[in-house]
Design a protein. Structure first.
Length: 445
């Protein structure tokens, strides 16, 4: 079936479609750029600063190269109307009023009690309800627990628009699979799960994604199945990392190198290779709580999922305490000492600081009256200050390592691979990510 096919009088042929992407962050922007090579795409974001930088042809998240962004960028809605393809970012909701396909890619965080926060999705649904028309299709990509799309978002769309679900408009769910900082597994190269509120809507949505996703698509049997599939992807990874983190704690007590153990074990054909470390970010560190919330709503207490979360959330404190133990063994004064933390983003070679677990290391060290410096060539200093109240060392150059009593390599940025670190009795070097030579460090996770 060609992408121009009509399944009924309801759905506009895809090539004649106007697409709106709601939310232009790590997920929305790469999708908008990919789709704008075949369609007219308007990107909407409430962050006017973000929209302004995109209009200038720059993506501060570094997910899209400036050259690729400029190739599809147009300067106005009027300019987009005169073209068959292109991308126009806007903070004006009226710019998406003429669109007929709306894709929601807003964040789905948790609060300080690890409870899901659906406010961004519900606010986006309110915005779309005001511009929704007969025959329009709304697709959600944000990670949620099963039921959110149809039970939480659709009623908002119906209430604001006055339209009837599955008669006047249709919805779908196609979970994002963006891996921030990964230049190999980009949006078009990752197989896409799709779903729709009716069989016809599901096929229409599947064909839309299939037209731009070179890796292909998988059409789930229902929206709830697609929602559940997404939320268990990262929960599974979280549990596996928690297991390896627990092994690291055990092997540390046994004076066995965890990295060497994993290298030996991975020679078996069916051994799953995971590495110990800090588990933060907007996906793995958050998604399990969404599944746990829904499980508890239906009367089931998820023991393994929450145990994995507790263990992974404890790793920052564990790293800090291990550094302090090694400092004491070397008779290095702990209180009022100076420690350097290398890296603050939630993962390597990526500027994303959302839900970074490095903050746990910093806070634990400060609890011992340790003077902590943070060096991260990828993190935006003003963003770190705004979100966490912490200062990052100015400049991109490597700081003077000789002034520190402890050094923690927390994030495996490429810039840290060849640090001029020298092992000494006056300093403890702790390598969380295991990227430094073993003879250069006092301990590693």
């Amino acid at each position: 079936m060609s992408i121009e096919s009509n399944f009924s009088n309801t759905f506009k042929p895809l090539q004649a479609s106007r697409i709106a992407i709601i939310g232009l962050g790590y997920v929305g922007l790469p999708l908008a750029v990919a789709m704008s090579k075949k369609y007219r795409v308007t990107g909407f974001d409430i962050n006017k600063v973000r929209v302004a930088e995109l209009l200038e042809g720059h993506d501060s998240t570094l997910e899209v190269e400036d050259e690729d962004l400029k190739d599809v960028l147009v300067a106005s809605s009027e300019a987009l109307e005169s073209r068959k393809t292109g991308f126009f970012p806007s903070a004006d909701v009226s710019s998406i009023a003429s669109c007929n396909i709306f894709i929601v890619t807003v964040p789905t965080p948790t609060d300080k009690h690890n409870r899901p926060v659906l406010t961004p999705m519900l606010k986006a649904s309110e915005t779309l309800g005001a511009v929704l028309k007969q025959g329009d299709v709304v697709i959600y990509e944000s990670t949620v627990y099963p039921g959110v799309t149809e039970d939480e978002c659709v009623p908002v769309l119906e209430k604001i628009s006055g339209l009837k679900f599955n008669e006047d408009f249709y919805v779908g769910y196609s979970p994002e699979r963006i891996n921030p900082g990964d230049k190999e597994h980009t949006v078009t190269k990752i197989l896409k799960v799709t779903s729709g509120s009716t069989p016809e809507a599901a096929e229409y949505i599947d064909q839309l994604y299939r037209s731009v996703i070179t890796a292909g698509t998988f059409k789930a049997s229902s929206i709830r199945v697609a929602e559940a599939a997404k939320v268990i992807e990262n929960s599974q990874r979280d549990i596996n990392i928690a297991f390896v983190n627990e092994l690291a704690k055990i092997f540390n007590l046994l004076n066995i190198d965890t990295k060497e153990v994993l290298e030996a074990a991975s020679t078996k054909w069916n051994f799953l290779t995971f590495k110990p470390g800090l588990v933060g970010g907007h996906c793995i560190g958050v998604d399990p709580y969404y599944l746990a919330q829904k499980a508890q709503e239906v009367g089931y207490h998820p023991e393994i999922i929450l145990a994995g979360r507790r263990l992974n959330d404890s790793m920052g404190k564990h790293v800090a305490m291990e550094l302090i133990k090694h400092m004491m063994r070397k008779n290095i004064k702990v209180m009022e000492s100076k420690v350097l933390v290398l890296g603050f983003t939630f993962k390597e070679n990526c500027p994303d600081i959302r839900n970074t677990k490095v903050i746990s290391i910093v806070e634990e060290l400060k609890a011992f009256d340790i003077d902590v410096d943070i060096h991260d060539p990828w993190a935006d200093a003003s963003e770190v200050k705004h979100e966490y109240g912490l200062e990052v060392l100015p400049g991109l150059q490597e700081p003077d390592l000789s002034q520190y009593s402890g050094i923690i390599l927390a994030v495996a940025h490429k810039e840290f691979a060849n640090l001029a670190i020298k092992k000494s009795d006056a300093c403890v070097v702790y390598d969380v990510k295991g990227i430094l030579a073993k003879d250069l460090v006092d301990a590693r996770l």
